[in-house]
Design a protein around this ligand. Structure first.
Ligand code: ATP
Ligand code: MG
Length: 320
């Protein structure tokens, strides 16, 4: 191809462009109800409660599901008309990796690389070495897949998604069932990868997004309700996140709230909470810097959806 014919500013820079996207499942459930979103390099977080439409959107991006209406371009290619080109541009992290249990890590990746169309044995070997390094699994390349921990399995999923060096990686609910240490590790891998790739990460656990996430959207009932930076979201929480010191056994008076944390301070109970109505309880003071979790909860509370944000966001994590 002639260099002059190439446009360096073209949309083929790992961008995702979604407009007027709608998906209605058989039976009539409207899972996506007019979604417009576009983003490029870096970690893009798609946050939303149970049933919001996250997986539906991710499956459409990965060409696993044909949308009812609207347009989606992945790296410049249309997900319906140019399915193969989309697949070549993108890596998808599957929920599980069960079929490969009896193989060794390296063998499983070799097979997957072959399936991804990398026919040269030497090239596969070189790529496998590189992706294992990238996700921190080089030391266990000889281990049987079934002997990997949950966190290692998720990272093997990432290695698999990376094998053809895609510009875009799509990850749906990455840390379900992982312990806190593995979650941290996974976040680190995502942060590293997002330096020069587009990562779309959907989750209901705010902390999964990590500090490398600079751009996010909140989806609820198939609609994008917020789009901006974590700082923008935190800004919206102003006036809603508070602390109040209570005598043990008492509750704050006035105003609805959802408790985020309680600690004991000098014989009193210090409660940190998010107001679900516009007013703070008596004696409460607004906190200076709400966390992103609190900001998300406050945002959902303002829309009368605190329950949806909590049921799986604060209470849904395994603590054992
Ligand atoms: N195969 C399907 N057939 C019919 N309805 C479906 C199907 N998959 C999802 N839905 C419905 O579409 C809506 C969106 O579901 P989706 O799985 O996209 O949500 P989600 O945000 O991924 O939720 P979760 O956090 O629970 O994973 C829900 O109401 C769900 O019940
Ligand atoms: Mg889902």
């Amino acid at each position: 191809m002639e260099a002059a014919a190439q446009n360096p500013q073209s949309t083929r820079e790992g961008r995702i462009e979604i407009s007027g996207l709608r998906h209605v499942y058989k039976g009539g459930t409207v899972a996506l109800d007019g979604v417009d979103l576009s983003f490029g390099t870096g970690l893009f977080g798609l946050l939303g409660p149970n049933g919001a439409g996250k997986s539906t959107l991710m499956r459409i991006l990965c060409t696993l599901l044909v949308p009812t209406a609207g347009q989606v371009r992945v790296d410049g290619y249309d997900v319906v008309a140019e399915r193969d080109a989309v697949r070549a541009s993108l890596g998808y992290l599957p929920q599980e990796f069960g079929a490969w249990r009896l193989q060794r890590v390296e063998e499983a990746l070799d097979t997957l690389a072959l399936l991804a169309g990398i026919t040269s044995r030497g090239e596969r070997h070189e790529r496998i070495g590189r992706v294992l390094e990238e996700v921190g699994l080089a030391k266990v390349s000889d281990r049987k897949v079934k002997k990997l921990s949950g966190g290692m399995l998720r990272r093997l999923g990432v290695a698999q998604a990376l094998i053809h060096d895609p510009k875009i990686i799509v990850v749906d609910e990455p840390t379900v069932g992982l312990d806190p240490e593995e979650r941290l590790r996974f976040r680190k891998v995502m942060a590293d990868l997002s330096q020069d790739r587009t990562i779309v990460l959907s989750t209901h656990i705010v902390s999964d997004l990590g500090s490398s996430c600079s751009d996010l959207a909140i989806i609820d009932a198939g609609k994008i309700e917020f789009r901006g930076s974590p700082a923008d979201l935190t800004e919206q929480a102003r006036g809603r996140v508070f602390e109040v010191d209570l005598e043990p056994g008492t509750n704050p008076a006035g105003g609805g709230y959802e408790i985020v944390a309680t600690t004991r301070v000098e014989g009193k109970i210090r409660m940190r909470a998010v107001a679900t109505t516009g007013t703070l309880p008596a004696g409460a003071s607004e906190v200076d810097k709400p966390t992103l979790e609190e900001a998300y909860l406050a945002f959902m509370a303002a829309r009368g959806r605190a329950d949806a944000a909590i049921s799986r966001n604060l209470g849904g994590e395994e603590t054992s």
